[in-house]
Design a protein. Structure first.
Length: 146
């Protein structure tokens, strides 16, 4: 009985998922209308419009007009992500270290041996995490000078 109810729930969920799938196109729309040009039938559907949109995209990339990359903002974003991930890594490393330390002090001899076995992957993980952060900082600092 329970299997039949679960199967019915599963079929209903799958049916709702398939009904909810929609095909939306976010194609270039030169007339400035909202929505998809495929579903609304407005602008951007002729071959000339598509080709002119593609040429405009290529020209803006070559001329660095709209959407050019600002190196200062890129470095600032990278630094903020680096600092956030470093803080998370430090908190996680300290929390796991404190947990292992307390467990080592409170446990029996056999459990202390298990904690000592866990110290090897803990130290290796700290080396990998902080090494990766160091390499990232070195790369950002080196390549931001160019």
């Amino acid at each position: 009985m329970v299997k039949k109810v679960l199967m019915i729930i599963y079929i209903v969920i799958l049916t709702l998922l398939f009904i909810g799938i929609t095909n939306v196109s976010f194609a270039y729309n030169p007339k400035g209308t909202t929505g998809s040009s495929v579903t609304t039938g407005e602008g951007g559907s002729s071959a000339d419009d598509i080709i002119s949109g593609a040429n405009g995209f290529i020209e803006s990339g070559e001329n660095k007009i709209d959407g050019s990359i600002n190196e200062g903002e890129l470095v600032e974003t990278s630094n903020s992500i680096y600092n956030m991930l470093l803080a998370i890594a430090m908190v996680a490393a300290v929390a796991v270290g404190v947990y292992l330390g307390i467990k080592f002090m409170v446990s029996s001899v056999e459990e202390q041996a298990k904690v000592k076995e866990l110290l090897v992957p803990y130290v290796a993980g700290c080396i990998v995490i902080f090494g990766a952060m160091g390499i990232w900082k070195l790369a950002v600092t080196t390549f931001s000078k160019f």
